[in-house]
Design a binder for this molecule. Structure first.
Ligand SMILES: *Cc1c(COP(=O)(O)O)cnc(C)c1O
Length: 393
């Protein structure tokens, strides 16, 4: 077989570095897909603003390129979980409004406030700590108060909410904070029809009303992740906070997607075959000999393993594309590599292997890898190891 035809139409073949090499193993990132997805999500969100979630290194895509692509697509806000991520965005010279929502006492709030990073307050103690940090650096911190509407993760309880709002109002009157937003998070947005969704939304509306009654004037109320953004307008409020969908993956089950826009997966994970060899029937393959060849066949070694984010739980299950055919991992995924049974097909060292991507060449979607590994696409994307180069197409 003509080897270049094996490579044709794969993300791997689309890229040659300056020396003309196809990388041995890489995550190919199509930043234009992130930009297009943000544009499409803005249409879905209509009047609401859009915050593009960039946590976990932009869901594994690279936080800075993802931030730039999202801003190009019209993201009004950027969001990170921890402050280190927000600092990385600012260090790259990105000046878009930026909200960061997960920090414990002693966090570098002064630096965050100086760098124009908006902060979440879950409790009275945290609110006071942020206000004091603002006094020290001479800048009024911009705060989004978090109400726990029923996920029982972070945020003020219903019981603590009026006290938190009243204290925030007092600090506002003293010029020590500005409460810009009120926000929460949904537990079951990816299960449309789940009774907890309208219940949480009702608690959210009441919490906003309480805050207003206590004199606060939040201009950004937000609760919708990707699933709640795509499921309908009920949860959009003033701003939506999609993450996974920005990277082109819809968290809703196919039957629940309605007329959601087509999103384009931005990442392809690929490698080049290291070696092929013929093996007789009955050859035990990989660690533990959990599988054996059924007949004489060709085995191919792929240089990606669990240290690269190829889940060990996808042993004997994960699908990969070579040329036009899809194979499954044979036996255990190792730290750096796994083995495929390619039968009598014409596969050779150097051939391009795609684990997942947008599907242009018939490669699996990341959802298929997640299912094979017994997990969710979020975990597959965010676990791609630092050893895998990200290549921006
Ligand atoms: C991760 C996260 C999101 C985005 O969730 P997706 O399901 O990826 O859209 C939104 N808001 C908060 C607070 C998050 O932690």
């Amino acid at each position: 077989m003509n080897r270049s035809s094996t490579l044709k139409n794969t993300a791997a073949s689309a890229y040659r570095n300056a020396e003309g090499f196809v990388p041995q193993r890489a995550a190919y990132i199509e930043t234009a897909a992130i930009t297009a997805n943000v544009r499409a999500l803005r249409e879905v969100a209509k009047g609401a603003k859009l915050l593009a979630v960039l946590k976990a290194d932009g869901y594994g895509h690279g936080i800075v390129p993802a931030a730039r692509a999202a801003v190009e697509g019209g993201a009004d806000y950027l969001g990170t979980a921890v402050l280190e991520e927000a600092f990385a965005v600012r260090a790259a010279g990105i000046t878009a409004p930026l909200f960061s929502w997960l920090s414990a006492p002693g966090a570098p709030y002064g630096r965050a406030i100086t760098e124009d990073i908006e902060l979440a307050a879950y409790s009275l103690g945290q609110l006071r700590e942020i206000a004091e940090a603002g006094q020290l650096v001479g800048v009024v911190p911009r705060i989004h108060l978090k109400i726990d509407t029923g996920m029982w993760r972070g945020g003020a309880t219903l019981e603590d909410w009026p006290g938190l709002c009243a204290a925030a109002r007092e600090l506002e009157a003293e010029g020590k904070v500005r409460v810009l937003g009120i926000w929460s998070h949904l537990a079951c947005a990816d299960e449309p029809g789940h009774a907890s969704v309208p219940a949480q939304l009702e608690v959210f509306r009441q919490a906003i009303a309480t805050a207003r009654a206590l004199g606060l004037d939040p201009v950004l109320c937000h609760i919708a992740n990707s699933a709640a953004t795509l499921a309908g307008p009920e949860a959009h409020f003033d701003m939506v906070r999609p993450g996974l969908a920005v990277y082109g993956v819809n968290p809703l089950a196919e039957g629940d997607r309605g007329n959601a826009p087509a999103l384009r997966p931005a990442m392809s994970l690929g490698a080049a075959v290291v070696q092929t060899k013929r093996a007789p029937a009955g050859a035990g393959v990989s660690y533990g000999h959990t599988e054996s060849t059924e007949r004489e066949t060709t085995l191919a070694v792929v240089p990606l393993g669990y240290a690269d984010g190829v889940f060990r739980s996808a042993s004997s299950a994960g699908p990969v594309l070579i040329g036009k055919r899809t194979y499954r991992v044979l036996g255990r995924v190792c730290m750096d590599q796994f083995v495929l049974d390619v039968g009598d097909d014409d596969v050779a060292a150097g051939d391009a292997v795609l684990l997942f991507g947008p599907g242009d060449s018939g490669e699996p979607h990341v959802e298929a890898w997640a299912a094979a590994a017994g997990t969710i696409p979020y975990e597959v994307l965010t676990r791609i190891g630092s050893r895998v180069p990200r290549i921006y197409l």
